[in-house]
Design a protein around this ligand. Structure first.
Ligand code: BGC
Length: 416
């Protein structure tokens, strides 16, 4: 760590103490980073804080996408025992802010100039009523495909760039007796795939109308039916043990060459790296065919729960560490995501990370950056969960595509 950055952290701690905040103690952090790659990334944060003399009380709640973590959080807050800091996504942060449960980080944000370095798309979820209420850690995106390069090479498959090319690649793997698609049948994973499939099927205007504006016409359209049909094709090309499988075990199938592709957010890259794999050599990353111009994003943030009207010293130190440029690089290199600041160099990132940073900047400036429906950045949890139910029921064969479209329209209407 260089002197300037170290200085920044001391400034934050001093700021906290000067504002009459308590002496730094442990931070208790509730999160869902329990896979190998996620744990490796979390260690970067733990070590950073330990270097400042702040202890770490770990409160992991397994379950990708954070549904289970949010259930545990509600129980903790209800019993008057909120953790110091909580990993959170999009609309969940705003929901807690509306209930006045989160600490106001404005003093720290002002002293460190967060307003000018955190992109507007993230500020929309990190600020409420003019107050900073969370510290953005990263930007992930969901419209990625991860592929085993040796498997593709052995079957003469080039990176598919359209849905039709994707179908041809999947059919070729299937004919060769390889599981084409590694998938875990959990509602949030089904929805993650649907993010990309819907974007590819209908394009950005359709995605926005259906998932962000909740336009009943888009939700009930033939395009949506086509998106469900494509999900049916994907369902037909996963292995028979997909049901309930954790996402990182699906990633392991691609890592081990048991499957060709996984459609998953870029946290999957953390698993490849943790297994010692190299992008471009062992595995390939590319945007889901037909979504090369778009980014469906989600950003992990740490919301600080209000501890009696003041920001505690350890909360300030945690937030300050998270926003520091050196941490943003070190953490996101390991996690698979890209920095939540616009001024961090891509020098330490691998080819997938560099592409992720480039794609994000391009999508933001061309109006092609959209909040992920599957990861809480398109709508509040009630609507998200209503969509999950329909997408999963269709994936599991309970609804045909026509019924799924009808159910989607009515479930979203009821959930609002
Ligand atoms: C989070 C990622 C996490 C993934 C799987 C997403 O919602 O944003 O940080 O790795 O879920 O657990």
């Amino acid at each position: 760590m260089n002197k300037t950055l170290k200085g920044m952290k001391l400034t934050a701690a001093a700021l906290a103490l000067s504002a009459g905040m308590a002496q730094a103690a442990d931070v208790e952090v509730l999160h869902w980073w329990t896979s190998g790659g996620e744990a490796a990334a979390l260690n970067v944060l733990k070590q950073d804080l330990e270097g400042q003399g702040i202890g770490w009380q770990d409160m992991p709640v397994a379950g990708g996408g954070g549904t289970e973590a949010m259930t545990v959080l509600r129980a903790r807050v209800t019993s008057g025992d909120a953790p110091t800091a909580v990993q959170m996504l999009g609309f969940d942060i705003l929901d807690w802010a509306k209930q006045d449960a989160l600490a106001n980080l404005n003093e720290l944000a002002a002293s460190e100039g967060w307003d000018s370095v955190v992109p507007a798309a993230l500020q929309a979820f990190a600020k409420h009523d003019g107050k900073w209420i969370s510290a953005p850690v990263n930007v992930h995106s969901t419209n990625w495909v991860w592929a085993n390069k040796a498997v593709l090479d052995a079957n003469g498959i080039a990176v598919p760039t359209t849905w039709d090319e994707f179908v041809a690649a999947v059919d070729a793997l299937s004919a060769a007796g390889v599981t084409p698609i590694a998938h875990g049948g959990q509602a949030w994973q089904d929805a993650t795939v649907f993010d990309a499939v819907a974007m590819s099927t209908g394009g950005p205007d359709f995605y926005k109308a259906a998932f962000i504006d909740l336009d009943p016409e888009a939700l009930g359209s033939d395009t949506m039916k086509e998106a469900f049909d494509r999900m049916g094709y994907i369902r037909a090309n996963v292995d028979e043990n997909f049901s309930g499988r954790d996402w990182n075990l699906a990633t392991a199938m691609v890592i081990n060459g048991e499957a060709g592709f996984q459609m998953m957010g870029d946290w999957a890259k953390g698993e490849f790296l943790n297994a010692g794999k190299v992008p471009g050599e062992d595995f390939l990353c590319f945007r889901f065919p037909g979504t090369q111009e778009q980014v469906t994003f989600n950003a992990d943030q740490f919301a600080m729960f209000d501890q009696g009207g003041v920001v505690s010293a350890e909360q300030a130190a945690l937030a300050s560490s998270i926003l520091s440029p050196s941490f943003q690089s070190a953490f996101n290199v390991v996690k698979g995501s890209v920095p939540a600041r616009t001024d961090v160099s891509d020098a330490d990132f691998d080819a997938c990370g560099k592409q992720g940073m480039k794609d994000l900047a391009a999508a933001a400036s061309s109006g092609n950056l959209f909040g992920s429906m599957a990861h809480g950045h398109a709508n509040p949890a009630s609507v998200k969960n209503a969509m999950y139910d329909v997408i999963t029921a269709h994936f599991n064969g309970e609804y045909d595509s026509e019924t799924a479209v009808e159910e989607l329209v009515s479930a979203v209407e009821i959930a609002q």
